[in-house]
Design a binder for this molecule. Sequence first.
Ligand code: ADP
Ligand code: ADP
Length: 224
Amino acid sequence: MSASPQAVRLILLGPPGAGKGTQSKLLEGRFGVRQISTGDILRKHVSDGTALGKEAKAYMEVGAFVPDAIMIAMMEQQLVGLDAFVLDGFPRTVTQAEALDATLARLHKPLSAVLLFDTDHAALVRRLTGRWSNPRTGRTYHEEFNPPKVAGICDEDGGPLEQRPDDKVDVVEKRLQVYDEQTAPLVDYYAKTGFLKHIDALAPIEDVTAQIFRAIGARDGATA
Ligand code: ADP
Ligand code: ADP
């Protein structure tokens, strides 16, 4: 398959709780561009009880990162044959970013942009501790900021919502610390490439979506 230079190829960069999953699901709905959420893929492995899931679970429940080698192999598999994509949760380390650069260069699929979700610590803790997730689809809600029509039930598939075990306050603090140590250096990494664009992720959900459309040059999500 030949790669189209116009295809939307985004990285959503930002700490846990910044709204990356919410926005990538909206982008998927609006342009049909595929969301690749490494967290959702890993949680599926954990719930299916695969060997990878058993290994990843131990890291995820304490808020640590799954080793780079596992994540890089997983992402390479996902990207083959895909022209347009939104990466949600990858890369999270400089090693992962370097591997992604090499893969995209080999596949002749240059990035469109890296969108950095700017937030603050207090908002992130509030968002994560009030988050409810659909484990079947990865769709998330917030008990205060984005509630489902019926508490505890997904609007889309009518099934139960759950609070992720790693959204408990002590694990949340650990994940935010790991972000600062291991993922924040990617801001400089991508700033040097000229792909980085800032998004005010403290704004309401629909404003964030509008900022993303502006950043990627799409008027209403129908074109990019
Ligand atoms: P959030 O949406 O809250 O940012 P994710 O669902 O993306 O969290 O990730 C959940 C967990 O999965 C992470 O805390 C980490 O253990 C693991 N994980 C996901 N993506 C990666 C990655 N690229 N590198 C290492 N670990 C990852
Ligand atoms: P991430 O994927 O970056 O970890 P999510 O998209 O899962 O973040 O969002 C984290 C929580 O914050 C969810 O409960 C979601 O409903 C809520 N949320 C997302 N975007 C916003 C926003 N702009 N304003 C308020 N709450 C938001």
